[in-house]
Design a protein around this ligand. Structure first.
Ligand code: UT7
Length: 331
């Protein structure tokens, strides 16, 4: 057994990709009984990207991963693990992580698919970090990718206005002293499982001629109850991650939250006394992209010059399960 790796571990490279096709609030006004005013005031979302017919998740996830590897300064031959977080993989089998390994020319390595819905990227980051820390691997590729449009009921105004498609990826590895991942928190309350579901297609409820057209083949959500959970969960997760990191939460310079609802994010801003420039909000352009939401927000922050070497940031997510998690890191 290799010894525990005790250097700081952080993100070496980041890459994202979204589909070209835009679904705007005006488009949705023609599809369901909703309005741009309702969607913007209740959620902060103005448009989202969705896969075109004939496109597959691979078309977006592979470029995101390729960009992350390039950004890290490594080559595919340096990658020694693939962790693919999604609840909407290309296929149920074979796994998407093995597909990524092959498509990107990564040598034989451990390949893991994780399904933690909107908490996917944070849970995946913790998995990847643990594997490096344990001395199992050096440079894991972590992909967060979801294609909500493929499981969204575009006759259900409660869900169809919220979700979009996208992919983001990072490569982890050793970073200089003073940088990298400082602390984590994660958890779940499986009792809240019925609040967000996709019931048809698993081995417990395989597709049949009877259910193939039922509403249960789409994602269903009790938005109001998830909202209450989320407001509490993100504050709690960030506070606990800061304790694990051994820093006061006031040292967090940038909050990179899951992009589900702007009002949920604003409740955290209020709680922690954060200014507008300290919080990343890009859901106006992408909606809720589930496991891709955090890497897309990291990319937005970096592009805007708000995420620089040495910036202490908190990432936090919550979602189906119910799950929640936060990580404090110094970029
Ligand atoms: O990624 C993690 C998973 N998801 C989430 O984080 C979502 C968390 N929840 C939310 O973001 C919010 O609960 C929603 C955006 C889903 C809903 O906002 P809300 O302020 O909680 O609205 P509501 O469900 O309490 O509904 C208020 C009203 C209802 O009408 P009545 O009963 O008051 O007449 C809804 O039928 O708004 C109606 N409504 C809409 N109206 C126009 C619901 N969806 C729409 C819509 N357009 N798209």
């Amino acid at each position: 057994m290799k010894p525990v790796f005790d250097q700081p571990i952080g993100i070496l490279g980041l890459g994202v990709c979204v589909p070209d096709r835009i679904l705007s609030n005006a488009d949705l006004e023609k599809m369901v009984d909703t309005s741009d005013e309702w969607i913007v005031s209740r959620t902060g979302i103005r448009e989202r990207r969705i896969l075109a017919p004939g496109q597959t998740p691979r078309d977006i996830a592979i470029p995101a991963a390729r960009r992350a590897i390039e950004d890290s300064g490594l080559s595919p031959s340096d990658i020694d693990a693939v962790i693919y977080c999604s609840y909407t993989p290309d296929l149920l089998m074979p796994s998407s992580s093995t597909g990524m390994q092959h498509a990107l020319g990564i040598p034989s390595c451990i390949a893991i698919d994780q399904n933690s819905a909107c908490s996917g990227f944070v849970f995946g980051l913790q998995t990847a970090w643990s594997m490096v820390r344990a001395g199992l691997v050096k440079h894991p590729l972590l992909v967060g990718a979801d294609f909500n449009s493929r499981v969204t009921d575009y006759t259900d105004r409660n869900t169809c206005v919220l979700f979009g498609d996208g992919a983001g990826a990072v490569v982890l590895g050793a970073v200089p002293e003073g940088r990298g991942i400082l602390g984590h928190c994660s958890g779940c309350d499986g009792g809240g499982g019925p609040l967000i579901t996709l019931k048809v297609g698993g081995a417990g409820n395989p597709v049949t001629p009877e259910n193939v057209h039922s509403p249960d083949r789409f994602m269903r959500m009790n938005g109001r109850e998830v909202y209450k959970f989320a407001v509490h969960a993100i504050n709690d997760a960030l506070e606990r991650a800061a304790v694990d990191a051994g820093i006061p939460i006031s040292e967090m310079e940038l909050l990179v939250p899951h992009q589900a609802n702007e009002r949920i994010i604003r409740s955290a801003m209020e709680k922690f006394g954060l200014r507008e420039d300290q919080v990343v909000i890009n859901m106006d352009k992408y909606g809720n992209t589930s496991a891709a939401s955090i890497p897309l927000a990291l990319d937005t922050a970096r592009t805007e010059g708000r995420l620089k070497v040495g910036t202490t940031c908190g990432i936090v997510a919550f979602g189906a399960g119910l799950t929640f998690g936060a990580t404090i890191l110094r970029w």
